[in-house]
Write a protein that binds this ligand. Structure first.
Ligand SMILES: Nc1ncnc2c1ncn2[C@@H]1O[C@H](COP(=O)(O)OP(=O)(O)O)[C@@H](O)[C@H]1O
Ligand SMILES: [Mg+2]
Length: 256
């Protein structure tokens, strides 16, 4: 269906009125790989993900996702991909099982096979025993695990995770990171992960793209990027690329 390539974009661009959110993106993401999309707030990461998951039409350019065209086959794209959005909604008066049954129904899943899938995901995520408690009683890390489960419930070939750890404390972030690593290792699923957390990207992602003001400026394996920029680690390389040097004058200006 897509000869080893899961995402291919040519000149992909999106404007919101005068705002250029994404400019001339040319990107290839291989099937089964874990791709990290790094960039500061407002860089255009979420816009890219919304286009590639079939939610938003590009202004110009073209892309295929799992072989389907982003202009003409958006429903097919939605059926073979999963998306964990930046600020997902969750029904707090449902239990984890009820919520996953609901998401399953939206994806035309039901019966025995859906329940086997839910049980297996809850087991992988370490939520058995709590599966019938209301989600409002869950910690934020547990809620995020349920949301990850809901994103992969229909066994998508490609999963988009938009800032999956940004609202989590360090311990919950580590858990979510481990889950992504385990899923990436055990399945042939492709992961496209937006983040501005360089340590997360360095640990999890095989290939990293750095986006700044709508433009993809850097693409490569974490160690290649570090080497190329002469950085100590990915954070250092990233700050050199996006120009995020800490301005101590400004930082300390409150003292004057
Ligand atoms: N629906 C929208 N309407 C107008 N501007 C938008 C919309 N969505 C995003 N933008 C603008 O596009 C740019 C990129 O935003 P976004 O893709 O959300 O960046 P990121 O996810 O990297 O933080 C920003 O300048 C943002 O304000
Ligand atoms: Mg975003």
């Amino acid at each position: 269906m897509s000869n080893g390539i899961h995402i291919q974009t040519q000149g992909l661009s999106k404007n919101f009125g005068p705002v250029v959110a994404l400019k001339d993106l040319n990107l290839v993401v291989r099937k089964g790989s874990v791709f990290g999309y790094l960039g500061p707030n407002g860089a255009g990461k979420t816009t890219t993900v919304r286009i590639l998951s079939g939610l938003l039409k590009p202004t110009a350019g073209n892309a295929t996702v799992c072989g389907y065209n982003v202009h003409t086959e958006r429903n097919a794209i939605k059926s073979v991909t999963g998306l964990l959005p930046e600020s997902p909604g969750l029904y707090s008066k449902l239990s984890a099982v009820e919520f996953l049954e609901f998401i399953g129904a939206l994806n035309n899943l039901s019966g025995e096979s859906l329940h086997r899938r839910i049980d297996s995901l809850l087991g992988i995520l370490g939520l058995e025993g709590r599966q019938n408690d209301l989600l409002e009683s869950y910690s934020s890390g547990m809620k995020q695990k349920v949301l990850v489960a809901s994103t992969v419930l229909h066994e998508p070939a490609l999963v988009f995770l938009d800032e999956p750890t940004s609202r989590l404390d360090p311990a919950a972030s580590v858990l979510v990171k481990e889950i992504i690593l385990a899923m990436a290792k055990e399945t042939d699923t492709t992961f496209f992960i937006c983040t501005h957390m360089t340590d997360f990207a360095e640990d999890v992602c095989e290939v990293i793209g750095i986006l700044n003001q709508g433009i993809l400026t850097t693409l490569g394996a974490p160690n290649e990027i570090i080497e190329q920029m002469g950085g100590r680690d990915l954070e250092d390389a990233y700050l050199k690329i996006v120009g995020g040097e800490i301005d101590r004058e400004t930082l300390l200006s409150w003292r004057q």
